[in-house]
Design a protein. Structure first.
Length: 112
């Protein structure tokens, strides 16, 4: 068993230092993956941080027999990216509608 696998086992059991070490080790990998998806450094940074927060919240759900920790983190980040794209699409759809005469009308996303 390598050092990362040992840290993961300790993290699942509640060792916060082991979890921090694993996430720090994976941070750049996740960031660069999300940067390729988003093409915006600030957005990639925010999504990477959110990925790490979700990993902290869900570490006990992680199963090292199903996937490597890097794969698990990438899946969390990918899901965040998909959710963000859906939100943006909904926002864009709710902000602009076309009148029957062809002119566009902008509405507030919360009021329609």
């Amino acid at each position: 068993m390598d050092e990362t696998e040992e840290r993961i086992k300790r993290a699942i059991k509640g060792d916060d230092e082991a979890l921090a070490a694993v996430l720090l080790e994976q941070y750049d990998f996740v960031y660069h993956y999300l940067l390729k998806l988003t093409m915006h450094p600030a957005v990639a940074e925010d999504m990477t941080q959110e990925t790490m927060i979700r990993a902290i919240e869900r570490i006990k759900q992680y199963n090292p027999k199903k996937a490597k920790v890097s794969t698990w983190l990438i899946q969390i980040g990918t899901n965040l990216w998909i959710d963000e794209k859906k939100k943006r699409k909904e926002l864009n759809n709710s902000q602009i509608s076309i009148n029957s005469n062809g002119s566009s009308v902008t509405s507030h996303p919360m009021t329609g």
